[in-house]
Write a protein that binds this ligand. Structure first.
Ligand code: AMP
Ligand code: FE
Ligand code: FE
Ligand code: ZN
Length: 277
């Protein structure tokens, strides 16, 4: 509140591992002076109509998109498709990624059971269409009093390659970039300063990447300056988002403070792409 206006092109809802519904997210956007919002759930475009209407009803500009789980040399690379067309035929291919998350969650619950920790599907917070992620498990562990916080849940049980973690179905980075664009969207690398992929941006650009999530609450001033230079030198577009998941747990919606003027070039590229499809 009282913040300058900004945009937020990366938040999560109950359609994946976020805790708020699209309407609650749009309310928060208004409170934080966020004038354009992309609800980019993990591996699904489900709920895009509800998300669009929730924003429009509150005079927030909706941007349709998603965050795809991809892989580069065995490392996790998250690729956003912004301004994606949810009715593009190729969007069906995301179905494999989202569907695999339900089976994976059941297998992770079995791993907990093997450790004597019994969590049932009914203990998990809502994930529309079964698009579950580890944060659902973390919140169930907190609710059951097994850990005190989501971060403790990750540190003790849920960390990558830990006792519970099971790899997700992922696209190759090149495949994810291609699909992001085939859907008419702009392919943006999410939070490279968090995933440690800044050094790989040139490779991803060679694979067709369009842009980089430069503004992010976990990118410090030096990282932002470095990424802005990189984007300028390589002709990549600039994006920004908070990766907001849940109130009181991680960065708040709008915390990226992404400037409004990054939106237009992204929109223009997506429009050109759809026009030439
Ligand atoms: P998954 O998609 O199921 O592999 O879970 C990864 C998600 O867990 C990420 O999108 C983050 O939202 C969240 N996450 C990863 N590491 C942590 C952590 N240390 N603390 C809190 N949340 C985390
Ligand atoms: Fe997430
Ligand atoms: Fe991510
Ligand atoms: Zn995210």
């Amino acid at each position: 509140m009282g913040r300058n206006i900004s945009i937020d092109l990366h938040v999560h809802s109950t359609y994946s591992d976020g805790r708020l519904t699209p309407a609650e997210l749009a309310d928060l956007a208004v409170r934080h002076n966020v004038v354009a919002l992309a609800v980019t759930d993990h591996d699904t475009l489900a709920g895009w109509r509800e998300k669009t209407n929730a924003c429009r009803d509150r005079n927030v500009e909706p941007v349709i998109g998603l965050e795809m789980s991809c892989e580069l040399d065995g490392r996790e690379a998250h690729i956003l498709s912004l301004f994606a067309d949810p009715e593009a035929a190729c969007a069906e291919r995301i179905g494999d990624l989202s569907a695999s998350r339900l089976a994976r969650m059941k297998a992770m619950l079995e791993r907990f059971a093997d450790m004597g920790i019994h969590i049932g599907m009914e203990d998990l917070p809502v994930a529309e269409n079964g698009v579950y992620g580890r944060p659902h498990l973390a919140r169930a562990l907190v609710a059951k009093g097994i850990v005190k916080s989501v971060s403790e849940a990750f540190a003790r049980y849920l960390y990558d390659s830990g006792p519970i973690h099971i790899a997700k179905t992922r696209l190759s980075a090149g495949g994810g970039i291609a699909l992001a664009k085939e859907m008419g969207g702009v392919a943006v690398l999410a939070h490279p300063g968090v995933s440690g992929l800044i050094q790989e941006i040139d490779r991803l650009a060679a694979l067709g990447l369009d842009g980089v999530e430069v503004y992010h609450p976990k990118h410090g001033g030096e990282t932002i300056a470095r990424l802005l230079r990189l984007c300028r030198d390589r002709g990549l577009l600039v994006s920004g988002g908070s990766d907001f998941h849940s109130p009181g747990d991680g960065p708040d919606l709008g915390a990226a403070m992404a400037p409004v003027d990054v939106l237009e070039p992204l929109r223009r590229l997506a429009a050109e792409r759809k026009g030439s499809a």
